[in-house]
Design a protein around this ligand. Structure first.
Ligand code: PEP
Ligand code: MG
Length: 754
């Protein structure tokens, strides 16, 4: 049995270094490497497969198999044991390989006499670039140490593969580089908007020139210095964000600092250095390893944590290279960042005034970086092959509305997009001009426009947009970007900041609405739910965990201290739930008084109308509440039994359908009779045509995201409500799927700006 101690591993790495640094083509060096590994590991075979286009693994070098198989034997990812290693990015060690279910025999290699096999993926930049294999004739049990040594060697080989020097000689003659032709990448829209600019590759893969160290002591010292300088830089960033009043990014950075001190992470890096790698090599190896282990996990918390560690790894590598925070100064005027993944703090490293869009290979709408990008109003698209298709400074067009990226776009596409961008800018200008104008319809009906917010950033829009207040503050967003539950003190400070910034404008705080697609890393839903939208979410969690809801209510009451406070409970399905939530609020009020803390000057309690059952309890509900707000996003999905998160069903039914409009009209009437203020805060309220219909139904308060204020205000100022009401009377009884076309025709005929 081969065994490897630290000294043996260091000796082999030193020899590898000599080969890597020596003369010869990439192929010649790879040939020397497999020969060296076979000898050092006393194996009968050492082979290296390299990943080619189309997910094919090609045998590039071997010592022990038939040489004629080199460049001829090819395996698909997933085919045979080698393909299996690549498919799962995971090492395999087998003492009896032919008995493995994935074993695929390739006669041209002459591998039939070999019984045992150990193979590891060659990883680089989170991708499998090849597979390194050793084989033995006799039955052989591979120790964990041997597999680890192979993994370390694979990192060195990865450098050779990534350098692009390895080519199949039969294909050298191939001409034309398809990579440089105009391309359209389609992906997922993570944040809407349109942008043109030049590609800046975020933290381009640093070429780690030296993987193998001369002396472990020196490397450990270099690591310590880089860690110190990285901590220092994060602290400076923290101080700067505190000065700029950026609340959530600051929380995120604090999480970073915590991760940067993660003992497990640091000790794995130090261990890799002791085994013979340079500090850079060790940091990279630990990251590749973590990524390979975690990449198949779908748990959003783990994926988020992985992104945080990627960010840290990149930062640490920058500090090891002596470059610290770089790049920001040299950005083109219109920068489009392209990244495999990115932490939210990394996004904040860039000059916000030059950033036009972000393209991520790995990201989701709820990832931290998307949340921060949304607050900065930057379009974000997730496109799987971005890094392999985009070169630095390539002209790009990012369509965040449709999830598309145009790489090196042809002139006609550039022209079309320039026109769209210019048109948008012109419209923005028109909207900006309505800012100071009264929000009143053409026939004199005042409409109150309020905002949907969730980040401190958003509050800047409150005063700039000319809106009257915040109709929906989604308190869960600050919770989602933290790694642990914020305590009462932290929540009190946050809510007080929001009230301070809103000054005399009213704010409606919605209590935690998590569950469904909004996952909090630190609240486990236990078993996975089959129907999360119908599952354990929002007020249901709050009532099952009263201490959680009570802490939030306590913080809200304290933050208000002498000021008015409006609290809204989400997803209420029955009056009894509202009563239960109110009881918790009463308990907190009593506690507040007992502690002699100042009470809010006025306390208003409302519900979100999102669950249809509540519509049949209005006589009992309305006397109990100070206001009602329609959450049309959820109400729509429950009324039509049509998942809002499923692309197949999300747009199947139209909110401008006779069913939805009739239901909303009855609600307007019931609230009017009971004199309970009614508003609407779902997406409908922010779309000009839908908002027009809502005003026609009798809604007088619309709550929307900040970019919708201009278009909706422009619409309503051109609207004659009396004429619309009369027109809509003929729509409720119809049997159509939707009356959208009819409403649009009304708008056109009556000069309503949609
Ligand atoms: C809604 O359901 O309409 C709503 C505003 O809440 P959210 O989109 O946060 O679920
Ligand atoms: Mg909702």
């Amino acid at each position: 049995m081969v065994s490897f101690d630290g000294a043996a591993s260091r000796r082999m790495l030193a020899r590898l270094r000599d080969v890597m640094a020596g003369s010869g083509s990439g192929q010649e060096r790879l040939d020397k490497i497999v020969t060296l590994i076979r000898a050092e590991m006393r194996a009968d075979v050492c082979s290296c497969y390299v990943m080619r286009a189309g997910e094919v693994l090609e045998l590039f070098a071997t010592e022990g198999l038939n040489k004629t198989a080199v460049h001829n034997t090819r395996l698909r990812v997933g085919e045979g044991i080698v393909g299996d290693i690549a498919a799962h990015a995971r090492a395999i060690a087998l003492d009896n390989a032919p008995s493995h279910p994935s074993f695929a025999y390739r006669p041209e290699t002459g591998e039939d006499p070999f019984l045992s096999l150990a193979g590891v993926p060659i990883l680089r930049g989170g991708k499998v670039r090849g597979v390194l294999v050793i084989q033995h004739k006799e039955r052989h049990r591979y120790t964990e140490e041997v597999v680890e040594v192979l993994q370390t060697i694979a990192m060195v080989v990865a450098e050779l593969v990534a350098a692009g020097e390895l080519v199949n000689p039969q294909e050298v003659a191939a001409t034309g580089d398809p990579v440089l032709l105009p391309t359209r990448l389609s992906g997922a829209a993570l944040n809407p908007g349109l942008a043109m600019g030049l590609a800046v590759i975020h933290r381009p893969q640093l070429t780690i020139r030296q993987m193998v160290a001369e002396d472990a002591g020196t490397e450990l010292e270099r690591l310590n210095q880089a860690l110190a300088s990285m901590h220092d830089a994060i602290d400076k960033l923290l101080a700067a964000t505190a000065l700029a009043g950026l609340g959530e990014p600051r929380d995120i950075l604090e999480t970073y600092r915590m991760f940067a001190e993660d003992r497990g992470w640091l000790s794995r890096i130090r261990e890799a250095i002791r085994k013979g790698l340079t500090a850079e090599g060790a940091v990279q190896q630990v990251q590749d390893d973590t990524r390979a282990r975690m990449s198949h996990m779908t748990d959003p918390y783990i994926r988020e944590k992985l992104l945080d560690f990627e960010d840290l790894t990149n930062r640490l590598l920058q500090h090891l290279s002596g470059r610290g925070q770089d790049g920001a100064g040299a950005l083109p005027e219109d920068t489009i960042l392209v990244a495999r993944s990115m932490g939210p703090a990394e996004l904040l490293d860039y000059d916000r005034h030059r950033l036009r869009a972000v393209i991520l290979e790995d990201g989701s709408p709820s990832s931290h970086v998307s949340i921060v990008a949304r607050a900065l109003n930057i379009p974000v698209v997730q496109a799987t092959e971005a890094l392999s298709r985009i070169e630095p400074l390539d002209p790009l067009i990012v369509d965040g509305d449709h999830g598309a990226v145009y790489v090196r776009p042809a002139e006609d596409i550039q022209m079309t997009f320039s026109e769209s961008v210019a048109l948008r800018a012109m419209k923005e200008q028109v909207y900006a001009e309505t800012r100071g104008l009264p929000s009143v319809t053409r026939d004199g009906v005042p409409i109150s426009i309020v905002l949907n917010c969730g980040l401190l950033f958003d509050l800047a829009h409150l005063h700039a947009s000319g809106s009257e207040g915040i109709g929906l503050y989604r308190t869960e967003i600050p919770f989602m970007v933290r790694s642990s539950y914020p305590d009462v003190q932290a929540q009190t400070e946050l809510y007080a900041r929001i009230l301070d910034e809103a000054a005399d404008k009213p704010v409606v705080f919605r209590t935690l609405d998590v569950g469904g697609d909004k996952v909090l890393p630190y609240i486990s839903a236990g078993a996975e739910e089959e129907n999360p939208a119908l599952g354990w979410r929002a007020i249901r969690i709050g009532l099952d965990h009263p201490s959680l809801l009570r802490q939030q209510l306590r913080a809200l009451l304290r933050a208000a201290a002498g000021r008015p406070l409006s609290v809204m409970f989400p997803m209420i399905a029955e009056v009894a739930e509202l009563d239960a939530a109110r009881r918790l609020l009463e308990l907190e009020l009593t506690r507040l008084r007992a502690h002699g803390v100042e009470e809010p000057s006025r306390l208003r309690v409302g519900v979100m109308l999102e669950v249809p059952s509540l519509l049949w309890q209005l006589p009992a509900l309305l006397p109990r509440v100070d206001f009602v707000s329609v959450g049309s996003n959820d109400l729509g999905q429950y009324i039509f039994a049509s998942d809002r998160g499923n692309p197949r069903t999300a747009h199947r039914y139209d909110p401008l359908s006779p069913a939805m409009l009739t239901l909303l009209k009855r609600l307007v009437e019931a609230c009017g009779e009971a004199r309970v203020p009614l508003s609407i805060c779902g997406e409908m309220a922010g779309k000009p045509l839908d908002a027009m219909a809502l005003i026609g139904l009798g809604f007088r308060t619309l709550s929307m995201s900040p970019p919708s204020v201009g278009p909706v205000k422009t619409m309503l100022r051109s609207l004659d409500v009396a004429a619309l009401r009369q027109y809509m009377d003929g729509l409720y009884q119809r049997g159509d799927h939707s009356v959208r076309i009819k409403l649009r025709a009304f708008a056109q005929d009556h000069g309503v700006v949609i």
